[in-house]
Write a protein that binds this ligand. Structure first.
Ligand code: AGP
Length: 608
């Protein structure tokens, strides 16, 4: 994950920037750079590889200047070369960037048509040119950034440095975190509080859509409509702890909000963004064309990620998927063919049943691919191939960001299997890839609905039972919604395939029990709508999570409607995960429960 640091200092800042970038090394990166103003002019040093290479370059050719920005880059668009390293510069501006500019291809084409020459393969360079153009038109730096930001789609954080502006840094946030730190006559920008810990523990976190203009004495915050905004200063514990809750009350909340960034990072790890195709960061341990089935094994939320993957693999790769929870699978003595593929999924990589199942599959001669978040874990060490999720440490016991990163990795694996088996055309793959690239931005959009979701959660907290319904790939999400809710609020919740309603659970419907229906505009919409009508006909309390079309087609009284962004539905689970996580979180908070450490649960279940 990339890292951003900006400093408005009193003395030379390049060394300080490199030192504070070191605190972000744990996020992973493959090149780094820094830009300062020397006599008002922009100067940059960049280096491929680790920060020691950048430090060595700075030792050979030092950078003076008491204002600067720095970056550790984790390559998404373009190789990790010096040329692609940030900061990128154009016409009086330098910029560093975390995240993904989703619409960079169209912006790049537009700029090229206006005669702009590109020197890098990055998505970031479009930002430098767009701001540079505005400066050329005579806009001030603040006006230029304000005019440029609405052009960008995606989830990102940005920091800008301007030629001739010795007392100005601008930062912007949309879906990826950015914080301002306050010093004595100094001011800082950082992609997380850890980077700023050596300088200050007084921090303001930008809200989504915010941008900020910093001088050594002031911080002016603007919201997405360019209105001046008041943003609170908080004291952070980042200097004492490696992981910090930021301005969130609980780790779970922070982890929900981190999703656009970490899912973006995971998606980028599995795609060749510039070519618009999947590019797995490993060799598959089997010949996909020779497979007759795939087996998936996992526990809890990781199992539900696997259940979503079953829909994707069967549809995209035309390959049957057998899936089971690990505690059952390990003792079923299921016969397995040598050289088949078993996928295990585990955030911790230490879950005893999942590990035992993987060992069983290996014993049967299967090749094992492990989707894990902790790449030093036992499962990661023992499997044939590691498919990493780049969620970063997940502290809340209820899995959120690890789950959506598992979905991202599995979606890419499903597409790769489809291509390798000749089941997907290049055209369909390109469409699916562009849908994946849009996901972080859509998740950020969904997070914006939090206040409304929190109100609904308040009412939910008075229920004793909740039913979640979904069809197709929304069925595993119904199970996940119910699991999340019961885990942290202790409300009894069940998830059902909507089509099973008539076969039993419909008996439960009354005016007391909330029925939460997940209904993206997918190929199952019409059928899900019929089930909504069945619930309505029995006086049920319907909470619909869907887009405007789903609400219109339902055409019944909805007690509540959580409106989701319009999107292609193939990867809807990644976006619909957001409201179900927020519903569980706010319900538990309203009930005063211990959200991060729910009773009886452990983060890593290393016993049977
Ligand atoms: C999720 O919210 C749970 N706490 C739990 O179901 C978890 O997903 C399960 O125990 C599997 O853990 P793992 O991903 O570390 O293997």
């Amino acid at each position: 994950m990339c890292g951003i640091v900006g400093i408005l200092g009193q003395g030379p800042v390049a060394g300080q920037i490199v030192d504070s970038l070191k605190r972000l090394e744990y996020r992973g990166y493959d090149s780094a750079g820094v830009a300062t103003l020397e006599g008002g002019l922009l100067t940059r040093r960049r280096a491929q590889g680790k920060l020691k290479n950048l430090a060595a370059r700075l030792a050979e050719e030092p950078l003076a200047g008491s204002i600067g920005i720095g970056h550790t880059r984790w390559a998404t668009h373009g190789k990790p070369t010096e040329v692609n390293a940030h900061p990128h510069a154009s016409d009086g501006v330098a910029v560093v960037h975390n995240g993904i500019i989703e619409n960079f291809r169209e912006l790049r084409a537009e700029l090229i048509a206006r005669g702009v020459a590109f020197t890098t393969e990055t998505d970031t360079e479009v930002v430098a040119h767009l701001v540079g153009e505005q400066l050329q038109y005579g806009k001030t730096p603040k006006e230029a950034v304000a005019a440029m930001l609405p052009r960008l789609r995606g989830a990102f954080a940005l920091a800008f440095l301007f030629e001739g502006e010795e007392d100005l840094l601008i930062g912007a946030r949309q879906g990826a975190p950015l914080a301002v730190g306050y010093g004595e006559g100094e001011m800082y920008l950082g992609s997380d509080a850890l980077a700023l810990a050596p300088f200050t523990n007084l921090i303001t976190y930008l809200e989504d859509g915010d941008w900020v203009a910093l001088t050594r004495e002031s911080a002016e915050f603007y919201d997405a409509q360019n209105r001046l905004a008041n943003r609170a200063r908080v004291r952070t514990e980042a200097s004492a702890f490696l992981v910090d809750r930021g301005n969130h009350r609980h780790f779970m909340s922070k982890e929900i909000h981190e999703q656009p960034e970490v899912v973006g990072r995971t998606i980028a790890h599995y795609l060749d963004m510039s070519a618009g195709r999947v590019s797995l960061p490993f060799e598959l341990p089997v010949d996909p064309a020779a497979l007759d089935r795939v087996t998936i094994v996992a526990c809890g939320t990781a199992y539900l990620a696997g259940l979503c993957a079953k829909y994707w693999i069967e549809r995209f790769a035309r390959l049957p998927v057998e899936i089971d929870v690990a505690s059952e699978f390990r003792y079923r003595e299921t016969p397995m063919r040598p050289n088949g593929l078993t996928i295990v999924i585990s955030q911790s990589g230490e879950t005893a049943d999942t590990l035992a199942s993987m060992r069983y599959a290996k014993g049967e001669g299967q090749k094992t691919l492990a989707v894990v978040n902790v790449t030093t874990s036992t499962i990661a060490r023992e499997c044939d191939v590691v498919a990493p999720t780049l969620a970063g440490p997940e502290i809340g016991v209820a899995s959120t960001k690890a789950f959506t990163c598992q979905l991202a990795a599995l979606a890419a694996v499903a597409i790769a299997l489809g291509r390798a088996r000749g089941a997907l055309t290049a055209e369909v793959e390109a469409r699916l890839v562009s849908e994946l690239i849009a996901i972080p931005g859509l998740m950020a959009e969904a997070i914006k609905g939090e206040a409304a979701v929190a109100q609904i959660a308040h009412q939910l907290s008075r229920s004793s039972d909740v039913l979640y319904l979904g069809r197709g790939v929304s069925y595993p999400m119904a199970l996940e919604g119910a699991l999340k809710l019961k885990e942290i609020s202790y409300i009894h919740a069940e998830g059902y395939p909507a089509g099973e309603l008539k076969h039993g659970p419909i008996a439960l419907i009354d005016e007391k029990m909330p029925v939460i229906v997940l209904s993206p505009s997918d190929q199952w919409l019409e059928k899900t709508v019929s089930n909504v009508q069945e619930v309505a006909a029995r006086g049920g309390r319907i909470i619909l999570i869907g887009d405007a079309r789903a609400a219109a087609e339902a055409d019944v009284h909805l007690e509540k409607f959580i409106q989701m962004p319009d999107m292609a539905a193939d990867f809807a689970p990644l976006v619909y995960a957001v409201p179900i996580q927020m519903l569980a979180y706010h319900t538990a908070v309203a009930m005063g429960k211990d959200v991060d450490q729910p009773r009886n649960l452990a983060k890593s279940v290393t016993v049977e």
